[in-house]
Design a binder for this molecule. Structure first.
Ligand SMILES: Nc1ncnc2c1ncn2[C@@H]1O[C@H](COP(=O)(O)OP(=O)(O)O)[C@@H](O)[C@H]1O
Ligand SMILES: [Mg+2]
Length: 242
């Protein structure tokens, strides 16, 4: 397994945000975490990255325990997070944002190669290198956020709600980009509100409810689940009282 969570819990003081979850991601997979707002999805990603410590349980990356490890070290091992809400540096240029993403990389030739690969994926960013990131459109900012993550040359990318707040056409582009990244060999753990589109590109998924995993399964199993259909795919729940 590329990533394994064993009975991981996350607390904020007295708040138990994530309780005893088991999750695994195999190399080459896209795995999606679904569930309503406040269910614990972002807390899970932050705990994996060491941004907020897990209260208990273990996180293993490629078999190595990383629980409690500093975030920069985890990034150097080959895993990175594109956080919810993008968090690009809007006062800095596109180029400066990308440079910050490569801060963990010491080998300058490798950084240059990664940069070229990123420009193939995001030609628009190459055209906007000297532009302030804050002047980019929402879709372009999301592209920059993902591009910046890729500058650390990860093998596993954690993506928190990449489609949030984007126009439908741009959402399509972001999902096809994610599928493309996987084709190019990246493993992806995706958090999404858009269950229909995320399951479409995923191999498997987990459904969170109140900090716990309520349901897990393959894409097709989740797509055919009645609960998922009614709760997350926007389909009508058929009442027996009609
Ligand atoms: N920094 C924080 N301090 C206190 N509570 C938090 C913090 N971040 C998240 N929470 C709480 O933890 C729970 C899970 O939140 P979160 O992981 O953001 O859910 P999701 O990403 O699924 O919407 C929620 O009840 C939320 O209010
Ligand atoms: Mg969240």
């Amino acid at each position: 397994m590329m990533l394994t969570l064993e009975k991981m819990s996350v607390n904020y003081g007295p708040i138990k945000a994530v309780r005893n979850i088991d999750i695994s991601v195999a190399a080459g997979e896209i795995v999606t975490l679904l569930g309503p707002n406040g269910a614990g999805k972002s807390s899970t990603l932050k705990a994996i990255m060491g941004l907020h410590p897990a209260a208990s349980g273990r996180v293993l990356f490629e078999g190595q325990p990383i629980t409690g490890m500093a975030t920069e070290k985890i990034v150097r091992l080959g895993m990175t997070l594109t956080p919810e809400g993008r968090h690009i540096f809007s006062g800095l240029t596109v180029e400066e944002n990308l440079k910050l993403g490569a801060a963990s990389q010491k080998d300058r030739i490798q950084v240059e190669e990664t940069r070229e690969r990123v420009f193939v994926l995001f030609p628009i960013l190459k055209e906007r290198l000297t532009q302030n990131a804050g002047t980019l459109s929402g879709g372009e900012q999301q592209q920059l956020a993902i591009a910046r993550s890729l500058m650390s040359a990860p093998r596993l990318l954690l993506l928190d709600e990449p489609s949030l707040g984007l126009a439908p056409q741009i959402v399509d582009q972001i999902f096809s980009l994610i599928a493309d990244l996987r084709q190019k060999g990246l493993t992806i753990l995706l958090v999404e509100q858009n269950a229909e589109m995320s399951l479409e590109i995923s191999d498997r998924g987990y459904v969170f409810s109140n900090g716990q995993i309520e349901l897990e399964g393959s894409r097709d199993a989740l797509r055919s689940s009645k609960d998922i259909a009614s709760t997350y795919l926007g389909m009508e729940k058929h009442s027996h009282h009609e």
